[in-house]
Write a protein of this length. Structure first.
Length: 140
């Protein structure tokens, strides 16, 4: 079965779960890369009491995180070709995944809230369907 056939048989939730799994893997790997580089450079390793220098340090770390995300995604491209649906393996898509992987905890909190909302909607749909079939409301 080809990738495109597998994707067309997936539900949107399964598709989202697959993409999120890829993003989690890329994010963890790129975070490790940032930590390695950060620990090699003393200026990046330690917080600075000078606000201006600390601002520069944080900006450099953000740029480093984006670069690490993109490099990680590009290095993982052979795997990603099999893990992502057809058409998602272009260089621009891989770079976009690298940007997303560098998002850190802010990105994951947002994605977690989306997934939680989807689960809640699915539960509500199930309860409504069950009520229609049985003719009486039941607790979930």
């Amino acid at each position: 079965m080809e990738r495109t056939q597998v994707v067309t048989t997936m539900s949107p939730v399964q598709f989202l779960a697959g993409v999120l799994g890829v993003l989690v893997s890329l994010s963890a790997a790129s975070e490790r890369l940032v930590e390695v580089v950060k620990n090699l450079i003393p200026f990046l390793r330690h917080e600075n009491k000078d606000e201006k220098k600390e601002g520069w340090r944080l900006s450099i770390l953000q740029i480093l995180a984006v670069g690490a995300g993109i490099v990680t995604a590009l290095l993982a491209r052979p795997f990603l070709k099999n893990a992502l649906p057809g058409g998602w393996d272009s260089v621009l898509t891989i770079i976009a995944l690298g940007f997303l992987a560098s998002g850190g905890s802010g990105l994951w909190k947002g994605l977690l809230s989306w997934v939680s909302a989807i689960q809640k909607l699915k539960r509500e749909q199930f309860v409504q369907l069950r009520e229609r079939r049985t003719g009486s409301p039941q607790s979930a």
